[in-house]
Design a protein around this ligand. Structure first.
Ligand code: ADP
Ligand code: ASP
Ligand code: MG
Length: 482
């Protein structure tokens, strides 16, 4: 059947996600409610996904950590601060007595849960990933209820929905993977009746549950992923993520003050940007929307008239050869080197198998053509375990001196230049390395993705911000103005 015909039969549905700063204060929550109410006039159905208020997830992590170390006074203070932050919003925004009483009853249950969890962690002296997920889910669970109550007070039928009933994952607590078809049917069964009754669901972002109903989470920043998953499951026409900047920018605006908004990006470009450290979107966000070709927009809650960035499958405008530059901090470069490695099969496979046993994610690999060394980048907190694992695996080769040494260079940063335009354009790397050379920035390792959407360099942490600024100024700005 013709795809257009199918589309016309479907209701026009918009999924909107509001990030931490978009719900970070009473004013911001009021603004968020206005945006939702305005869009209700433009769409047949609207599904809302909310993050925790900004700072709350970090505060909950701090609660759990102080509980496990036995610092009772500290976690009691932190719990009080979290409670006060939410109570203030209730007092400032919710004036309807009935709505307020119901909301407060719901919040009290969650505040009590927070205290009980802290006590449990404190008594056991143990903090498991599962316990941490129960803890950090509370921010989204509190906030979904507050946003929903405000919509209700403003005359819009709304219901807070726990995503534990929608998104079912495996047991990888802290960074769980959704089981797609099960989650799809659960989501439809739970949300379609609400939409049919013109009730706006306000869903907890970031939070999910395993098959037994135990709370899991999708990784930091995971509310973006929740929104994209719901967009896929409900056949949304569009997914919009509302944040505190005007869209996806050519660089992190905190590092590069003159970074510009990119009006249009492809799924591939934005996936690469998110993977290589652009915090504006969770790295998994693109996967659900790409399959259905659902346009994703990044917009600014505090400047809603600005169109933002549109992300889809086609690149309509000829962009600069390099569109954006990103950085990932907190990394170590591991090198396995030795003249005896030349031509010995299986060294790389055994090295990475040893790394995989520790579940360390390898962010970048580069091998010199002489085959005398392999180097790769991992998060620094895995450095000691990974070095030990490789030394154990290669004990024989180290004794024989086929491998001379296995060593780590800590405090490195991957800086990545991204742009689909670079595929057809020769000389991009030369331009990039020329720019870094001008500032005497030492490039420790290089990798180019086979997709040719990106080139990554490893530099020391001390050089990272300057490298980002230099690539932005010399390569991106020059090309945009050409
Ligand atoms: P939210 O809570 O709304 O999800 P985040 O803090 O997770 O917001 O992401 C938005 C932030 O990402 C921005 O405030 C900005 O500082 C940062 N950021 C980093 N790189 C980029 C980029 N390339 N474009 C836009 N924002 C970026
Ligand atoms: N609240 C979660 C976090 O801070 C998820 C999110 O904001 O997307 O990571
Ligand atoms: Mg985010």
């Amino acid at each position: 059947m013709d795809g257009n015909k199918i589309r016309k039969k479907q209701a026009r549905l918009l999924v909107m996600k509001f990030g931490g700063t978009s719900v970070g204060s009473s004013d911001a929550i009021a603004q968020t409610a206005h945006i939702i109410q305005d869009e209700c006039a433009n769409w047949e159905d609207v599904v809302v996904v909310v993050s925790a208020m900004s700072g709350v997830t970090d505060a909950l992590i701090a609660c759990a950590k102080s509980a496990v170390t036995g610092d009772q006074e500290k976690y009691a203070d932190l719990v009080c601060a979290v409670q006060k932050k939410h109570q203030r919003v209730v007092n400032e925004l919710i004036t309807n007595h009935e709505v307020k009483v119901k909301l407060q009853d719901e919040l009290v249950v969650l505040f009590d849960t927070l205290r009980l969890l802290c006590q449990g962690i404190h008594i056991m002296g143990e903090l498991t990933p599962r316990g941490m997920d129960a803890m950090i889910s509370l921010g989204e669970r509190m906030n979904a209820r507050m946003v929903s109550a405000l919509l209700h007070q403003n005359g819009f039928a709304s219901q807070a929905v726990e995503a534990t009933a929608l998104i079912i994952t495996d047991d990888s607590f802290q960074h769980a993977h959704p089981i797609m078809e099960l989650s799809r049917s659960k989501t439809r069964a739970a949300l379609q009746p609400l939409l049919a009754d013109h009730i706006i669901p306000v869903v907890t972002g970031f939070v999910a549950a395993n098959r037994e109903g135990i709370i899991t989470t999708l990784g930091r920043g995971g509310s973006d992923y929740t929104a994209a998953l719901l967009g896929d499951f409900l056949n949304a026409q569009e997914v919009w993520t509302w944040t505190d900047v005007d869209g996806v920018m050519t660089a992190d605006p905190r590092i590069v003050p003159d970074a510009r908004v990119i009006p249009e990006l492809t799924y591939n470009e934005v996936s690469e940007m998110a993977y290589f450290g652009a915090k504006v979107l969770h790295p998994q966000t693109i996967r659900p929307v790409i399959e259905r070709d659902i346009p994703l927009w990044v917009k600014n809650t505090f400047n809603p008239a600005f169109p933002g960035t549109r992300i889809d499958g086609c690149s309509k405008t000829e962009r600069g050869r390099i569109t954006a530059v990103t950085a990932i901090h907190g990394l170590s470069l591991i090198t396995v080197e030795g003249r005896g490695m030349l031509g010995v099969p299986g060294i790389a496979a055994r090295t990475f198998a040893a790394v995989a046993r520790h579940e360390a994610s390898v962010l970048m690999i580069s091998q010199s053509s002489s085959e005398q060394s392999i180097c790769f980048v991992i998060p620094s907190d895995m450095e000691v375990a990974v070095l030990q694992a490789i030394e154990d695996e290669m004990a024989l080769e180290l004794t024989r001196r086929d491998i001379d040494r296995v060593w780590a260079q800590p405090d490195v940063v991957i800086v990545t230049a991204i742009g689909s335009g670079m595929r057809q354009t020769p000389g991009v790397s030369a331009h990039l390395f020329g720019a870094l050379g001008k500032k005497n920035i030492n490039v420790i390792a290089i990798a180019q993705g086979s997709s040719e959407y990106s080139i990554s360099v490893v530099v020391s942490a001390a050089d990272a911000d300057q490298a980002v600024r230099q690539i932005h100024e010399e390569v991106i700005c020059n090309e945009l103005s050409e």
